[in-house]
Write a new protein. Structure first.
Length: 641
């Protein structure tokens, strides 16, 4: 147990610690992060990198009243540890425990549940505007945003507006050369030049001394000297000019691991007026050699199984079984080998989407656009218009950020862009910010869009091949889980055609996506109980195979649609719409999926069980429906006698 950390109930307790004790506390926080990693996977390198920055902020400001937003909130762990949640910390990312992201339900210090990148500057600006209007202008407003998130377009919309309003907002650019993967693009090169400026620390002191020795004599002389100051800034501190030109006063760059200096600088900036940007250099993985040497691998690594002295990580738990992400990555690689027109786009998620081999094999056809999903989709539209076959490989929940571009630049133009939506469905411990449960409604509503989901691992590669042959946009959703397979005769992928796996008379599961193997196991269990249950692997939600699915509705007591997505506007809704168009009795359609609420974090198997989407839950729903429709049929028969 951390001797000091266990005594910190709120940030106010930090202020009674000496400099030596604060340095000890930074080590105890890192020790606690390592300890958690020996229990379960969690965000690691990013949290190691912001320990000093977190302490400096809470020592300088009072965020029980002041405003603080951590952008892409997976670096919130140090703040949780010093805001009264140390004793609960072992529960992080577990069912009923602390969330791995900021959570306003846990603490007043977590203002927004932030899990996507780039919005912090906008939200903190809105907070400041409201505070000013409500007579609370003394409240300070701070946003901490990483350089990887800083390329997001919404950041520059916010910066432009803050500058125009001349708001008293402090933006801290946490520059660690990373998002999850190494940063890319023009801003990355700009910031890299800043890091390579060998004299930047000394030049700050030099220019400060020079400028403070120049006296002000008369108004004209003062204006002239101000121009001289600006010229000297441009000549010596050229790295800040981008932000200065955008209307922010630039400070830095400074060492983000020098706690005392950070406190001094933040104390100076605390009461300055207007838009301010503090440029802070940090190292992901600071304090753990392996994590700082390979922050990509140690972003959310497997469990640490063996530790060495001074928090050296000697061994990580071996990786598990192959997942749908692996299968799609292999399929993409095969497609790029076979066809030179196929290109791949990702949004700073090369590692998450397992695209390292693709990047190495096809560097000229691999495009990492950074955390800029809207740009990625519009970019893909341009490529498709020119004759290429772009694949946009983005998590389901992140692709939501490009909704308008899917509409305008792809669907409206009827361009053959392929969307491979990883993490579609429940993502487990990442929780509601990352559950990809809304893509079925938001993709199927667009004209021209084809929407698919593989029922098991055997359909991943054929579906991608099918998608690449289409002349219109297509989407393929698949979950964050290990591959499963249902043994059956191979059936080719045909547009809008479902697969009848098993026929039944007592009821039929109609499964959309990788929930199909669980439905198959439920069928086997129910058949062992004497029920003749069928199974349809839907494959498509758009175009829907009305002939097969509504045929089952006509010839069995009822059908039970199953999807790992929201019921609101989802696959089951599409089946209801089809039944309505065909003037069929929609009461014989029972929908199983996610309810109309945000789903908390827990292990995926725990969430599936809670929501009735595991084998036992599916069996329970089928038994209940069978009883209901058997009773209804009996009552109807008796009434006709």
């Amino acid at each position: 147990m951390g001797l000091l950390l266990s005594q910190i109930e709120s940030p106010a307790d930090l202020k009674r610690l000496s400099d030596e004790q604060l340095n000890q506390l930074t080590q105890e926080i890192r020790d606690e992060l390592v300890r958690i990693m020996s229990i379960r996977p969690a965000h690691f390198a990013s949290n190691l990198g912001v320990v000093e920055l977190c302490l400096a902020l809470h020592l300088t400001f009072d965020f029980s009243r002041d405003r603080l937003i951590w952008d892409t909130g997976h670096q919130i762990y140090p703040q949780k540890l010093i805001t009264g949640r140390y004793r609960q910390f072992s529960s992080i990312r577990t069912k009923g425990g602390l969330m791995g992201y900021p959570n306003p339900n846990e603490s007043i210090y977590d203002l927004f549940m932030t899990g996507h990148a780039g919005s912090s500057v906008s939200t903190v600006s809105g907070l400041k505007a409201a505070d000013d209007l409500m007579g609370q202008s003394e409240r300070k407003a701070v946003a901490v945003i990483g350089d990887g998130a800083f390329v997001s377009g919404v950041v520059y919309e916010a910066i432009n507006n803050i500058s125009g309003m001349d708001q008293n907002v402090l933006v801290i650019l946490n520059d660690n050369k990373m998002s999850i993967c190494p940063r890319t693009g023009g801003l990355a090169r700009y910031l890299d030049k800043t890091r390579m400026t060998e004299f930047y620390q000394g030049s700050k002191k030099t220019i400060s001394k020079v400028l403070h020795t120049i006296p002000y004599i008369g108004e004209k002389a003062q204006h002239a000297l101000e121009h001289l100051r600006d010229g000297m800034k441009g000549a010596i501190l050229r790295e800040g000019m981008l932000f200065e030109e955008m209307g922010f006063r630039y400070f830095g760059p400074v060492d983000g691991h020098d706690l005392n200096n950070l406190r001094t600088i933040l104390a100076d900036l605390k009461n300055q007026k207007g838009p301010l940007l503090l440029h802070v250099f940090t190292n992901k993985g600071e304090g753990v050699p392996e994590a700082s040497a390979d922050p990509v691998k140690f972003h959310t690594p497997p469990v640490i199984t063996k530790l060495g002295p001074e928090r050296t990580v000697l061994e990580l738990k071996a990786g598990g079984a192959r997942a749908y992400t692996d299968s799609m990555s292999d399929a993409i690689h095969q497609a790029m080998v076979a066809d030179e027109k196929v290109a791949i786009l990702t949004a700073a998620m090369c590692q998450g989407n397992k695209l390292e081999k693709v990047r190495e094999s096809f560097p000229t056809r691999f495009f990492d656009v950074g955390i800029c999903e809207s740009h990625a989709v519009a970019f893909a539209g341009g490529m498709a218009k020119a004759g290429m076959k772009p694949i946009v490989d983005i998590y389901s929940t992140f692709l939501q950020r490009a909704f308008d571009q899917i509409f305008q630049e792809v669907a409206l133009q009827n361009l053959p862009v392929v969307f491979t939506m990883d993490r579609a469905g429940l993502t487990g411990p990442d929780g509601p910010t990352h559950h990809g449960v809304f893509d079925i409604p938001y993709m199927r509503l667009f004209p021209n869009m084809i929407c698919m989901a593989p029922g098991d691992e055997t359909e991943v590669e054929p579906m991608l091949q099918f998608a690449l042959q289409q002349k219109s946009p297509t989407s393929i959703r698949y979950p964050k889980t290990n591959l499963e397979k249902v043994e059956r005769p191979k059936a080719p992928i045909r547009l809008g055609k479902a697969e009848t796996v098993l026929e039944g008379v007592d009821g039929t599961f109609v499964a959309f996506g990788a929930i199909m193997p669980s439905c198959y196991q439920a069928v086997l269990k129910l058949r062992a109980e004497g029920m003749q249950i069928g199974l349809i692997n839907a494959r498509f939600v758009k175009p829907l195979d009305s002939e097969t699915i509504l045929g089952a509705l006509k010839h069995t007591k009822f059908i039970l649609t199953v999807e790992e997505g929201t019921l609101e506007g989802g696959f089951g809704s599409a089946v209801l719409e089809a039944a309505n168009r065909a003037n069929l009795d929609s009461r014989k359609i029972i929908r199983v999926g996610l309810p109309d609420r945000f789903i908390d974090h827990a292990e995926r198997h725990e969430l599936l069980a809670e929501l009735g989407l595991d084998v036992e839950g599916l069996c329970k729903s089928m038994r209940k429906a069978n009883e209901q429709f058997t009773e209804s049929h009996t009552e109807l028969t008796e009434s006709l006698r």
